[in-house]
Design a protein around this ligand. Structure first.
Ligand SMILES: O=C(CO)[C@H](O)[C@H](O)COP(=O)(O)O
Length: 222
């Protein structure tokens, strides 16, 4: 928890007056949002696009002015968490179920800053099952198609019920084992009918802020 707090707060230092920023989702992004809230209370003027309903609620409670993505041309920077980060800055995201909005916001942003604790750094993506957002209409059919890529998958559940994303879709958590070629898998998955988006964020992150349990922070830049 200490590492998550440190990295979230460190990333908030990149935010400058007048910026339009993206706010990520999850327990690490939480600390960045709290810090931004504090900065806003101290006079920082920014506008923010949230990546989930949960983040919108938290940011609003912190007094951060929220705008729709459609109201802005682009974003200056986005701070978000990740479930895995490889040495090439490829990511797995979507553990919190917000991958679709997160990927749209990440693609609209000039600079994507990822905040993680040391446990998220991996040599190869894939130990964390890849979240894939799918349409409820065809989820079993889409699951069969995805499993042709030699993975096993599970429909995500919460409190015994199928988890529904902010966009009204479902999530399949797909265990591919070691993912050798993240770019290829990401492209191939998105070609399948019923796949809305997948949680591989390849070649998007520019800065990774890593928090260590001993209290130090490392900033990795591309
Ligand atoms: O992708 C995400 C949500 O969809 C999160 O950023 C990711 O799951 C990391 O979360 P946390 O910081 O709580 O470990």
């Amino acid at each position: 928890m200490k590492a998550k707090k440190l990295t979230g707060e460190r990333a908030a230092e990149y935010i400058k007056d007048g910026m339009i920023i993206g706010l990520g989702t999850g327990s690490t992004a939480y600390y960045a949002i709290k810090k931004v809230g504090e900065m806003v209370k101290n006079g920082l003027k920014i506008k923010a696009v949230p990546t989930s309903k949960e983040t919108a609620k938290l940011a609003a409670a912190e007094g951060i002015e929220l705008v729709e993505l459609s109201d802005v041309k682009s974003l200056d920077l986005t701070i978000d968490g990740a479930d895995e980060v490889d040495p090439d800055f490829n990511l797995i995201k979507g553990g919190g179920g917000a991958l679709l909005r997160e990927k749209i916001v990440a693609s609209a942003t000039d600079q994507l800053i990822i905040v993680v604790d040391e446990s998220k750094l991996v040599e190869h993506l894939g130990a964390f099952p890849l979240p894939v957002e799918v349409t409820p209409f065809s989820w079993q059919y889409t699951q069969q198609m995805i499993e042709k890529f030699s993975c096993s998958s599970k429909i995500r559940k919460e409190n015994g019920e199928i988890f529904v994303t902010d966009n009204g879709n479902y999530i399949l958590d797909c265990d591919f084992g070691k993912i050798e070629d993240p770019v290829k898998i990401a492209v191939e998955l998105n070609k399948l009918p019923g796949v809305v988006e997948n949680g591989i964020f390849a070649e998007m992150a520019e800065i990774i802020v890593v928090g260590y349990n001993d209290g130090h922070i490392e900033v990795l830049e591309k």
